[in-house]
Design a protein around this ligand. Structure first.
Ligand code: ADP
Ligand code: MG
Length: 591
């Protein structure tokens, strides 16, 4: 049989937005990809369903979703089935790359044409770049899927060259000496147990919908320093953990993700910018290329890769982009690295599923999302995790943008069920410019360890609650009716909120607080909370007293805010607990 005959083909018989049907006569595999020839271009699609053809007993009908714009497609256009599932190219060069949702490199494509056109394709990884390959196995060695045969330096990382994960036991037949190679060159030949030979390169394709296995899955135990105080104190995340970050439009989800990109301590950050405003994605590429990693001084992109869904991409590609990003994350976890994957926003991802299942005529679940949306969301977050076997981890932080900020909707609910941490952004706090707008009272939760003790964490939450209750009292029955002791508690709570929970994401020093500094802050908070401030009750009436207390606390807050932005040396940093000790003892303000 010649290869032309072996190609399995079909023809388009129905087109409905990104969903098409095709008639075929050979076999078709569930989930395999296909190429549709439209106007001389080749558009990628994925088989979703296979049915018998009611009109033709010899034929079948496939339903496919097309990842690219179908303008110009006609009934009768040819479909070629590839036999391969949706996959991603893994290998050196992933870092610093920017792709669309199907791993087409955006920078490369824009050299040809500033606008992405359907069917435009470029190699996912640079084929000309040279990598210094050092072998780590020799002829005669036995290797199997996931084993390293050598490594290349990729930036600061040692990028292991792995045997593709679906390989069984193989014998190394040949391997090159240490040398510079590109990703198209063969570096080793192995033979499998049937004696069949396989050429190995620096890269291989990996299906995206079945996870890369763990060596030894472990419970996340080590806490990530994200630099964001309210997170690291009240709702921390461990390496390998999962977080849902819901918030109404404009509450600061994207700003928070950018903070994490800059400051979260991890080897690799992957961003899946999923269906959010296209301009935003472009800004990220430009901004991050110029930004320096605060810890290394190098370009932020050196530890990043970005999957962006450009405006010209249909929604189906959003679904793909999250799976592709997860697979890249798992690949680096398998190499022993700590990876943080940021997906903004998983609601747009879920909407892609909703549109597709709507077109497929599935029975809809709540709010027209597919019935199995909770399982799909759970399945996505389950791919995160720590691996004791490799020492690596994949942390997954997904934003959710519920319509109208309603956290009861299905995607937010399913996300809360699937994740270990919860950072809910509140409209009220965003409106009051209390950034980051994570509400410490109702919307923080985490199964991971904080950098401070559970008791101290609880002390902070308690004083914030108390202050909030007193605030309600003040606004309903007036300040007059609030006893002085309560008013002091109220001021303490306000101080913890204003000086600890709130943080300026755009100030170099304040934007990032590391654990050592958190400990100092915690000491300061403890000093503040564990004091009963005594005032001379006879000197003035309650109203005068409250007004004086407010003035004092205002001064403290101003001082503390300045400390947040200005204290950098150890000596400067250590002044906080002492300052607060003096404040509560009122040494500076002798009555
Ligand atoms: P979302 O992604 O939730 O729709 P954004 O992250 O785009 O919202 O935030 C909207 C705007 O809110 C930002 O452009 C910025 O002006 C403001 N903002 C959000 N977070 C912060 C922050 N931490 N510090 C200062 N301003 C912020
Ligand atoms: Mg956003």
């Amino acid at each position: 049989m010649n290869s032309e005959k072996m190609k399995r083909k079909g023809t388009l018989i129905a087109i409905q937005d990104s969903l098409v049907k095709a008639r075929f006569f050979d076999d078709v595999i569930m989930g395999e990809t296909a190429e549709i020839a439209v106007d001389g271009k080749s558009l990628s699609a994925e088989v979703l369903q296979i049915q018998p053809d009611p009109k033709n007993a010899d034929a079948g009908i496939v339903e496919m979703q097309v990842f690219e714009d179908l303008t110009g497609a006609l009934i009768g256009d040819e479909v070629v089935f590839t036999g391969k599932p949706l996959s991603v190219l893994l290998g050196p060069g992933l870092l610093t790359s920017v792709w669309d949702g199907l791993q087409n490199p955006l920078y490369k494509l824009s050299e040809e044409d500033p606008y992405l056109k359907p069917g435009m394709k470029a190699p996912a990884l640079d084929e000309t770049a040279l990598w210094v390959f050092t072998p780590s196995v020799k002829v005669g060695d036995t290797v199997s899927g996931g084993d390293a045969i050598g490594a290349v330096p990729e930036g600061k990382l040692n990028h292991k060259i792995l045997v593709p994960f679906d390989f069984g036991k193989c014998k190394v037949e040949s391997i090159i000496e240490k040398s510079s190679v590109n990703i198209t060159q063969t570096v080793a030949v192995v033979s499998d147990e049937q004696g069949k030979q396989h050429e190995l390169k620096l890269v291989f394709r990996q299906p995206v919908k079945s996870p890369i296995p763990f060596k030894a899955r472990a419970i996340p135990t080590e806490t990530i320093s994200t630099g964001v105080r309210v997170i690291d104190l009240l709702a921390p995340v461990g390496y390998g953990g999962t977080v849902g970050n819901p918030g109404p439009f404009g509450a600061g989800k994207t700003v928070l993700q950018h903070c994490l990109c800059k400051y979260a301590l991890a080897d690799i950050i992957i961003m899946a910018a999923c269906g959010e405003r296209a301009g935003e994605a472009v800004e990220v590429f430009k901004e991050f290329a110029e930004l320096k990693d605060p810890s290394s001084g190098e370009s932020l992109m050196n530890r990043m890769c970005i999957f962006g869904n450009t405006s010209s991409m249909p929604v189906a590609a959003r679904e793909a982009s999250v799976f592709i990003a997860l697979t890249v994350g798992e690949y680096y976890r398998y190499q022993g690295y700590n990876v943080v994957l940021l997906a903004d926003s998983t609601s747009r991802w879920a909407q892609a599923l909703r549109e597709r299942s709507g077109r497929q005529g599935d029975i809809p679940g709540p709010e027209a999302f597919p019935m199995d949306i909770p399982d799909q969301i759970k399945g996505m977050y389950q791919r995160a995790g720590a691996d004791r076997g490799t020492g690596g981890s994949l942390t997954f932080i997904g934003t959710v943008s519920p319509a109208g900020g309603n956290f009861q909707e299905p995607v937010t609910q399913a996300t809360m069920d699937s994740t270990g941490g919860f950072w809910g952004l509140s409209q009220d706090r965003a409106d009051a410019k209390k950034y980051p707008a994570i509400d410490p009272l109702v919307y923080t939760n985490s199964v991971y360890d904080s950098f401070i003790s559970w008791e101290h964490r609880q002390d902070m939450v308690d004083i914030l609650h108390e202050a909030n209750d007193i605030d309600q009292t003040i606004s309903t029955i007036g300040l007059k009716k609030v006893p002085v002791e309560k008013y002091i508690q109220y001021q303490k709570g306000l101080t913890v909120d204003f000086c600890v929970m709130q943080q300026n994401a755009f100030h170099d020093v304040d934007a990032c607080t590391r654990p050592e500094r958190l400990k100092v802050i915690n000491q300061g908070v403890q000093n503040l909370l564990n004091s009963s401030m005594e005032f001379d009750r006879d000197a003035m009436n309650d109203e005068e007293l409250k007004s004086m207390i407010k003035t004092k606390f205002d001064e403290l807050r101003q001082w503390w805010r300045d400390w947040n932005s200005n204290a950098v040396t150890d000596e400067e940093i250590s002044t906080l607990p002492e300052k607060i000790e003096k404040f509560v003892a009122q040494e500076e303000y002798a009555l």
